[in-house]
Write a protein that binds this ligand. Structure first.
Ligand code: GCU
Length: 610
């Protein structure tokens, strides 16, 4: 059962509204005007004091001179425009490496707010900090580059014509943020995801979940769920699943109603049969609709069971990037393109590295039957000693779970990646694991843990493994240290009696560069690496439940500066910058075909000896 332990009171004015795509909304995507402001002149005066709300030189105030003598030193016009959604780095050459503030502005008309109506301004994500101003008034500020947020627009602030909407976006990196100052991915800034006005009745469904009850081996499945209302304490409601002829009345007492619904004849969701049902929740005047798949994911002993059958995850890691256009991915067509590439590999799972991807990526995975590992960017050297940083991580974790808890494809919440083992770090990360499980114990919780080599033994005794449901590690035996042939003698030792998942393994190859297998950066070296790794996977301990090699596509990183073989790209992709397959692609695909044929999916049966 998905419990709810929000940090924020869910009735806070700006608590996240679930499933805006299932609601009345007006898109504010499109062409926005912008000002590049590296010195934040629009925010601070020349004495570096924050400008008052009415300050005429503030960039959130009108840029129109009052008369021919009036001095305005800022302005928005169609000579300077950016597309929203979209990162700024890929849209303007002068912004490729830019880290700082860009002001976005657009005007819009909208019907007046009804008496029994609330209007929210909702962002899919802005990287990294957004300060939002409407008609010269501050609506709010948000930090975090990969999770949605919304602000309720106070009555009287909206007008029917020419609303002046300004967003200050700042993608500078800071040590005490999530992620911190060093990452192995491009710091794409901007309003990178959809922007909407969302209209709801003044009493509305704030949040809800409908998931398969975890009682096992039943003849008759049951769904359980809850609804959290905003603005209501009593009321009538109904939850409907038309295809199953379900129409169950609900009684709203207080702000949260829990319910159970029998699911006669329900077809469970799985990678082979990604069946989803229209679920319609009506309370009072509010109606939300969503396609939901019902499935069960559990750890039993050393196995992961999907719908009571042992699961082997044939995964691949993916960054939220379209390398062919060197830009952040966003929307349905990008999701289809990326997930089809994973399907071509015969993958049944994707690890969405290293941050929550856009909402459409997970929705498309739901429809295509691809399992998802979703992660917050608690990456490498976060400030684990800071309570404020822990709260930021919790907020991002809560927002990720709030947004995607109705997605059957999401089976693993990950609280981070490759964080260095210290007592503070393990306290910080185990707190996140417990927080994730308290919010949602219907899924597995993990993180990419540390592994170290002790006299040829790949030793996994990371203390965080005590807390996670599966033990996941990134290993690069033969790329970062040693040669791929070292895989032949590698032994694995896991301190925990839990499923073992290899959350990363990979090697770089510059597509089209050829040599013998010992030639670093050649496609032959990468293919050799995968052959040796695959042979090692075939003799992993019996708790081995899958892998997600690093990575589907070559991707941009400011850390990769070999002037011949990298040039600001991390080339560990199985597909190159143009989407062409490298030799290693076929090595992994053959292994996944082998696993698909030889993996026993009968309940709790061991794999055939291969
Ligand atoms: C690490 C890290 C990735 C990084 C990869 C690499 O494991 O998790 O974000 O890109 O290794 O070195 O290529």
């Amino acid at each position: 059962m998905v419990l709810l332990l929000p940090i924020l009171d869910l009735h806070a004015q700006d608590a996240l509204i679930n499933n805006i795509y299932g609601r009345a909304r007006q898109s504010l995507n499109g062409t926005w005007q912008y000002i590049i402001d590296p010195y934040e002149t629009g925010y601070y005066n020349y004495r570096w004091q924050e400008r008052d709300e009415k300050d005429r030189e503030a960039y959130w105030n009108s840029d129109v001179p009052e008369n021919k003598t009036d001095r305005k030193e800022h302005g928005y016009n169609d000579q300077y425009t950016l597309n929203v959604p979209g990162d700024w780095n890929s849209q303007k050459p002068e912004l490729l490496y830019y880290e700082g503030t860009v002001w976005y502005k657009r005007s819009f008309d909208t019907p007046m707010v009804g008496r029994n109506e609330k209007v929210f301004l909702h962002f899919g994500a802005v990287n990294y900090r957004a300060d939002v101003y409407l008609n010269g008034k501050k609506l709010g500020a948000h930090k975090g580059g990969f999770t949605p947020f919304n602000f309720q627009i106070p009555k009287g602030m909206l007008r029917e014509k020419e609303n002046f909407l300004v967003i200050k976006v700042d993608n500078k990196r800071f040590k005490d943020e999530i992620p911190t100052i060093n990452t192995d991915w491009w710091n794409y800034g901007g309003i990178t995801r959809d922007v909407h006005l969302v209209r709801v009745p003044s009493t509305f469904i704030q949040d809800y979940v409908v998931s398969l009850k975890h009682d096992s081996n039943v003849k008759q499945h049951t769904a359980e769920g809850w609804i959290v209302m905003s603005g209501a304490r009593t009321g009538e409601g109904v939850v409907e699943i038309p295809e199953l002829k379900i129409k169950q009345p609900l009684k709203i007492q207080g702000d949260t109603i829990r319910f159970e619904v029998k699911l006669p004849g329900v077809k469970l969701w799985s990678p082979t049969t990604p069946k989803r049902y229209d679920v319609v929740i009506t309370v009072g005047e509010d109606v939300v609709k969503e396609k939901i798949g019902f499935r069960k994911i559990q750890v039993v002993g050393k196995q992961v069971l999907l719908n009571d059958k042992p699961l082997f995850m044939r995964g691949i890691c993916i960054h939220e990037e379209i390398p062919e256009q060197v830009r952040r991915a966003n929307g349905v067509s990008d999701a289809v393109q990326l997930l089809n590439k994973a399907k071509a590999l015969h993958a049944n799972m994707v690890r969405l590295a290293h941050y929550p991807h856009n909402e459409k990526m997970v929705q498309v995975a739901d429809s295509m039957g691809i399992l998802v590992w979703s992660e917050i960017p608690v990456y490498w050297t976060i400030d684990f000693t800071s309570a404020a940083v822990l709260d930021k991580a919790k907020q991002q974790l809560q927002d990720m779970i709030t947004r995607d808890k109705n997605r059957a494809s999401v089976i693993i919440w990950s609280v981070g990646n490759e964080t260095p083992v210290t007592p503070e770090r393990t306290r910080f990360m185990s707190t996140l694991v417990k927080f994730a499980k308290a919010m949602d114990y219907s899924r597995l919780v993990s993180a990419a843990l540390e592994v170290h080599n002790v006299n040829g033994i790949q030793m996994i005794d990371d203390p965080l493994g005590e807390f996670t449901d599966i033990v996941s590690v990134n290993e690069y035996l033969g790329w970062y240290g040693g040669l791929p042939s070292d895989c032949r003698t590698a032994q694995w030792q896991v301190k925990y009696d839990k499923p073992l998942f290899i959350s990363e393994t990979g090697a770089e190859a510059l597509a089209g560069f050829h040599g013998d297998s010992l030639t670093r950066w050649s496609e032959e070296y990468q293919a050799w690496y995968y052959r040796e790794q695959v042979n090692m996977m075939k003799r992993m301990p019996d708790n081995f439940v899958g892998l997600s090699p690093w990575i589907l596509n070559d991707f941009r990183s400011p850390r990769r500066n070999n002037p011949v073989y990298q040039e600001g790209w991390n080339n560990k992709g199985l597909y190159d910058h143009e989407g062409k397959r490298k030799q290693a692609f076929y090595v992994l695909k053959d292994y996944y075909d082998f696993v698909e044929k030889n993996w026993q999916t009968k309940p709790l049966v061991k794999r055939k000896k291969n």
